[in-house]
Ligand binder design. Structure first.
Ligand SMILES: *Cc1c(COP(=O)(O)O)cnc(C)c1O
Length: 377
């Protein structure tokens, strides 16, 4: 069986986790958390990076730091994971879904402005498959309407847009280090803060509402409860696990890109014959091979494709059910304008196995199987 995903593992994880145990320092913000935070800051030229327990909680923090109030509106694509929406629902916002572009499956920047009302507070671009949204256009809209931008960069660690790391372009960026992502700590994430005016508030929010971070830096002589907060910091054991992967981030990235490029090259002839559609990487975007997907002609063909691949021992999967058509999406949001592409394109999309160290043999077998399916149908 060729799995759809196998969590990345480099071999150093156990040694680093053991170091935290030996030092009796397994709570949050230990040496490995600090290493990870400063790696993210240096590598991505981020003003501030804070590890969190997930991208979901990084998004929760971002929504709270944007001071969302009940009744405020937030603009996001419907083609995304529930977490993108939940954080803003938690803060009391109404969701306003906007259609996607069929080429990248990202929010259609040309349809954002018509969704803005007097209540709009935030735009949440989701960088699907680690391929950037049109950030210049989105930032321009946000500036003109005085809106915040929270990048859901859960899939975008190591991707760039016009040489800027995804997550560092809006007001906040949210990364995921879940087991299904390019770099993993089991469950985990990071909040990227791009405006220093939020640094103190973010630290307090993440540390149960206390100014404990300031205390540890010697900036205050005792720490106390200063504002509302929660606990969003992961154990240093998890950070140690992640550190083993960040140390090898380039190798993991190149390995995934090699697989991605093998797929893409092999399927070009199918695309030229009009048999499938392949992902588009727009000018100025460098991606991280988070995902490889194909688009079949329709839902029926996709179902047959997934069965065909499963019979050959290859696990392929579809992706999101558009949020606006899900029960919670109906309850918490509305779709602005017409759903031209969201449902149609999500029905046709299928993802192929993609993970660090997928072997050449497995990759070739997957390619042969895909070619065989589309030859026979
Ligand atoms: C994975 C993912 C999330 C959630 O990440 P967690 O770390 O599991 O909370 C949110 N948004 C998108 C687009 C994702 O792919």
């Amino acid at each position: 069986m060729i799995d759809f995903n196998i969590a990345p593992f480099t071999g150093k994880e156990l040694e680093y986790v053991r170091q935290t145990i030996d030092a009796h320092k397994i709570c949050g913000d230990g040496q490995f958390t600090k290493k990870c935070n400063s790696w993210l800051e240096k590598r991505f030229k981020a003003q501030k990076a804070l590890l969190t327990t997930s991208a979901s909680t990084a998004l929760d923090m971002a929504a709270m730091l944007c001071h969302i109030k009940p009744g405020d509106e937030v603009i996001l694509p419907s083609f995304t994971f529930s977490s993108t929406a939940n954080s803003f629902v938690l803060a009391g916002a109404k969701l306003v879904f906007v259609d996607i572009r069929p080429d990248t499956m990202n929010i259609d920047e040309a349809k954002i402005e018509e969704a803005i009302t007097a209540k709009t507070k935030v735009i949440v671009p989701v960088h699907y498959a680690g391929v950037a949204c049109e950030m210049d256009c989105i930032i321009d809209i946000a500036n003109r309407h005085n809106l915040k931008v929270v990048e859901d960069s859960a899939q975008g660690v190591m991707s760039t847009y016009k040489e800027k790391a995804l997550g560092t372009i809006g007001d906040f960026g949210c990364y995921s280090f879940h087991e299904t992502k390019n770099y993993s700590m089991g469950e985990g994430g990071a909040l990227i803060i791009n405006n220093p005016k939020y640094n103190d508030a973010a630290e307090i929010l993440r540390e149960k509402g206390t100014n404990r971070s300031k205390f540890f830096r010697g900036q205050v002589d005792k720490y106390t409860w200063v504002d509302f907060g929660d606990s969003y910091l992961p154990s240093d054991m998890n950070a140690a696990y992640l550190w083993a992967q960040l140390e090898m981030a380039d190798e993991i990235n190149e390995n995934r890109l090699k697989t991605w490029n093998m797929y893409n090259k092999a399927f070009k002839p199918l695309e030229q014959r009009g048999r499938v559609e392949l992902p588009t990487i727009p000018e100025g975007c460098v991606h991280n091979a988070h995902m490889y997907y194909l688009k079949c002609r329709n839902l029926d063909e996709r179902s047959r494709f997934i069965c065909f691949m499963r019979e050959r021992g290859i696990q392929c999967t579809f992706h999101y059910v558009p949020l606006h058509s899900a029960p919670a999406g109906k309850k918490f949001g509305r779709f602005n304008g017409e759903d031209v592409f969201t449902t149609r394109e999500s029905d046709r999309l299928v993802r192929l196995p993609m993970y660090y160290n997928l072997t050449n043999e497995d990759c070739s077998f997957i390619i042969d199987s895909v070619s065989l399916f589309f030859k026979n149908t």
